[in-house]
Design a protein around this ligand. Structure first.
Ligand code: SAM
Length: 254
């Protein structure tokens, strides 16, 4: 069984990954963006002080989506290759291929600024892993294709999800996308990356005891992408429970 530390994340194949997944809008992207924009529209512009994108990779659309509701966005990512790509995009401007993603995000959330550069100005790139997350830090946390795509160990998958939940303050919002039933996978002709096939029942087993208002939606398999062995995408929203308020004691007067 391959665990998270067994893969060389610094060598993540950014170009091949972008070519296979994000050089054009695929049905999965459209489905995730539609789903998430409806969540972000519930928040007034600037009403989330700080949000997290865990395991950001080189994917810019989750960072774009946060650009109206959030004042600060932390993109946490361990891979040197991904961090280099993200820094380049934020410093020198985004690749043209991201523009249709931003247009779709903005058409679904008109509170987003006119320019993508303005939306991404809130983003801070932080090098690190789920182990570096501090509890109670964020108003909202999002994660796209991470916990199930970075280990073959179910316990480690659970630990990443648990750290993700704890990273938001009580009452904070969780937003995530998971590849459904995806086994370990290849990008291009590179090495095999470790993954842990999960279905809706597996997500419920991990998130139901840790969250409230848990909802899981599903996107049908995207046949325009390379064959990763998945059967669809699962989209999750939930909240971290607020601590129970102790019952008010009846005061006794003597
Ligand atoms: C399949 S990629 C997904 C990337 C991106 N979120 C997306 O939507 O395309 C998995 C990402 O998780 C990152 N990763 C690997 N181990 C991690 C860990 N322990 N904590 C957080 N992220 C991790 C990888 O570097 C990679 O960027």
């Amino acid at each position: 069984m391959r665990r998270n530390r067994d893969a060389d994340w610094n060598a993540w194949p950014v170009d091949d990954y972008l070519t296979e997944n994000y050089r054009g809008l695929h049905p999965y992207d459209i489905g995730v963006i539609r789903h998430h924009a409806a969540v972000y529209r519930r928040f007034a512009p600037g009403s989330l002080f700080r949000t997290l994108e865990l395991g950001a990779g080189p994917n810019l659309y989750p960072l774009m989506l946060a650009g109206a509701a959030a004042r600060h966005v932390d993109a946490l990512e361990p891979s040197a290759a991904n961090v280099r790509y993200l820094r380049g995009q934020l410093t020198h401007g985004i690749d043209d291929s991201w523009q249709p993603f931003y247009e779709l995000c903005r058409s679904l959330d008109p509170a987003l600024p006119e320019s993508c550069a303005e939306a991404l100005r809130r983003v801070r790139i932080v090098r690190g892993t789920a182990d570096d997350l501090r509890p109670d830090t964020y108003d909202l946390a999002s994660m796209h294709f991470v916990a199930e795509s970075v280990t073959e160990d179910v316990d480690e998958f659970t630990a990443v999800c648990a750290a993700f939940v704890r990273a938001v303050r009580p009452g904070g919002t969780l937003l995530a996308a998971f590849m459904e039933r995806m086994p370990s996978y290849r990008i291009g002709t590179g090495p095999v990356w470790p993954a842990c096939p999960v279905d809706e029942a597996a997500l419920r087993a991990v998130f139901a005891p840790r969250t409230t208002s848990l909802r899981i939606a599903r996107l049908a398999k995207d046949l325009t992408l390379p064959e990763y062995g998945d059967t669809g995408v699962l989209l999750l929203t939930a909240e971290r429970p607020s601590p129970a308020v102790p019952p008010v004691q009846a005061s006794s007067s003597r």
